[in-house]
Ligand binder design. Structure first.
Ligand SMILES: [Zn+2]
Ligand SMILES: [Zn+2]
Length: 280
């Protein structure tokens, strides 16, 4: 995210959409009024509900609060793989407590990030990340909640840990950015793939081959805002209201009508997150 570029223009509306993965705190929200302002901007273009995702304990408490402040917001809580080295007994107990909240629809984002270790000061090592991932898988299964996975350059390692532990009933790969072979493996295993602005990037050739392979009942969409702003606004701050840009880019790659893709992805999001369908 950069403050140098102005915020993207509002896209033409596309109803109904669910932003399946965003970070409202990192988008600048800090209280009920600022959460509602972001969701109002999103709802104006059809993004009527959002799942705000935590990557540390403070963000987890914020996500749960936000989901109670505004009925259009749901929460996902976990400790991000790059921070898995903070998962002592007290932290685990807190994540466990927060994840039980009825407004929490997923345990996430957890998983493996092979990009940052060695580059980022204090980043959890791969063994620490793996242990943390195993713990979050167990938590999701104990609570009967969906597992939301963060994957950076860790395709096969993630699949292996899921096989070893036994996957929860519902598994989402957020910001799916892998190739066609990984898409086939995930679809075959029954996992749900969430597509972000990266599908609109011109250099994402492998991902563009993967996206058409995913059946719509295993496909959801997300902004991961404030990160990964879709083309042609790369480098500008992302927000949930930008989701229609990504859905139109994805529909073009898949040769689908954007309105149909919006409806289908929303039905899938409602199923995997246990959301009640919006009337009308
Ligand atoms: Zn992530
Ligand atoms: Zn994220």
């Amino acid at each position: 995210m950069s403050k140098d570029r102005p915020a993207p223009d509002a896209p033409a509306p596309l109803f109904p959409l669910v932003d399946s993965h965003t970070h409202l705190d990192a988008c600048g929200a800090s209280d009920a009024a600022s959460v509602t302002a972001i969701v109002d901007r999103a709802a104006a273009v059809g993004v009527e509900r959002v799942v705000t995702v935590a990557d540390d304990l403070a963000a987890a408490q914020f996500a749960v609060d936000a989901a109670h402040w505004d009925s259009r917001v749901y929460a996902a809580v976990a400790i991000h793989p790059t921070r898995a080295n903070v998962l002592d007994d007290a932290t685990r107990a807190e994540v466990d407590r927060l994840a039980r909240d009825p407004r929490v629809v997923a345990v996430g984002e957890t998983g493996l990030d092979f990009y940052w270790p060695g580059k980022l000061d204090g980043c959890a090592t791969v063994p620490e990340q793996t242990e943390g991932f195993r713990w979050h898988i167990d938590l999701a299964k104990r609570l009967g909640k969906t597992l939301m996975i963060h994957n950076r350059e860790a395709d096969q390692a993630l699949l292996q840990v899921l096989r070893e532990e036994g996957a929860p009933e519902t598994v989402i790969f957020h910001c799916f950015s892998s190739d066609a072979e990984m898409a086939r493996e995930c679809v075959g295993a029954g996992y749900v793939l969430s597509f972000s602005g990266t599908v609109s990037f011109k250099n994402a050739k492998a991902l563009r081959e993967a996206a058409p392979l995913v059946p719509s009942d295993q496909l959801i969409v997300e902004t991961d805002a404030p990160f990964l702003t879709p083309h042609p606004f790369r480098g500008a701050p992302n927000e949930p209201y930008c989701l229609p840009y990504t859905v139109r880019a994805l529909a073009e790659i898949r040769g689908e009508d954007p309105d149909e893709l919006a409806k289908a992805s929303t039905a899938t999001a409602e199923r995997v997150y246990g959301l009640r369908p919006v009337s009308g």
